[in-house]
Design a protein around this ligand. Structure first.
Ligand SMILES: O=C(O)CCC(=O)C(=O)O
Length: 273
């Protein structure tokens, strides 16, 4: 089911939209069990290659809140590809990104055990422009397994320059901003976010946050060198060939099609000027 006109309008105007009950209730139990296995591995031994983000406390104490490497063989669970096998999710992403989708970032977010996760205000995709019809060549989204009231946004900031207060907040500020909204998610909900919207996350240890944070791109959007190698290496190590559903396989095929055609750092630097 593509985005409704109302959902699209909200995404275009506010820079986010929440889609209710996208992940089937019947699957959430299994998804949580598998997700938890990864959290346990990251908490027990947060190796650098897991792409773990830490919250820092006093006296050198630190606790993980994120991993970026869901295909890493130590961390992978079927849920990380299975939850994408979802007609409503993919057709909604297609409404914004276009018909041919490619796998992008696969990350998960969780609340730390004793410290509060309190990410500063920021924009992602600093070079991306706002396009009035809402189209983008990639889309970031959070998908919640547990109730999740972590994501905060200043709606509409993807469509205008930041003001002085907002700019100052980007220097690691976590305080309240005028117009700020919290976007609560119930289990199964998905939140689409425009990469240029000013946003941040906050989760205290009691919140039991367990959310996917993924990116899907247009198949034709250029890929940075090295990404295909890493994904393909892990994909082979996991023996995923032939095991994914047709629509999830297509997301990977559209990435592997870039093998040997990826942009170098120099290409990217040229494009940025
Ligand atoms: O916690 C969140 O939902 C936001 C995460 C985020 O903005 C990031 O990882 O860059």
């Amino acid at each position: 089911m593509p985005l409704s006109a109302q959902e699209m309008k909200q995404f275009v105007e506010d820079g986010y939209v929440v889609l209710k009950g996208v992940m089937p209730e019947s699957e959430l139990g299994r998804f949580r069990v598998e997700f938890e296995r990864t959290v346990e591995v990251c908490r027990a031994n947060p190796k650098e290659e897991y792409g773990v983000g830490f919250v820092h406390g006093s006296e050198g104490k630190k606790e993980p809140w994120r991993s970026n490497s869901m295909l890493h063989p130590d961390l992978y669970q079927p849920v990380y590809t299975d939850f994408l096998d979802n007609e409503r999710l993919l057709t909604s992403v297609q409404s914004i990104v276009g018909p041919n989708l490619r796998i992008g970032g696969l990350k998960i977010l969780w609340s730390p055990l004793t410290l509060t996760y309190d990410l500063h205000w920021h924009r992602d995709g600093r070079t991306d422009q706002y396009v009035p019809d809402g189209t983008q060549d990639y889309l970031q989204f959070n998908a919640a397994l547990n109730p999740d009231s972590s994501f905060r946004i200043v709606p509409g900031t993807h469509r205008r320059p930041l003001n002085d207060v907002e700019l100052e907040a980007c220097r690691r500020g976590v305080g309240p901003l005028p117009g700020e909204l919290v976007c609560p998610l119930e289990p199964g909900d998905v939140l689409f976010m425009h990469s240029r919207a000013l946003h941040r996350g906050k989760a205290d240890p009691t919140s039991n946050r367990r959310s996917f944070h993924y990116t899907l791109s247009a198949a034709e959007k250029p890929v940075r060198q090295g990404i295909v190698d890493e994904h393909r290496q892990w994909y082979r190590q996991l023996g995923l060939e032939g095991k994914l559903s047709a629509r999830v396989q297509a997301l990977f095929d559209n990435l592997f099609a870039w093998d040997g055609k990826e942009l170098t750092e120099q290409d990217l630097a040229r494009a940025a000027y």
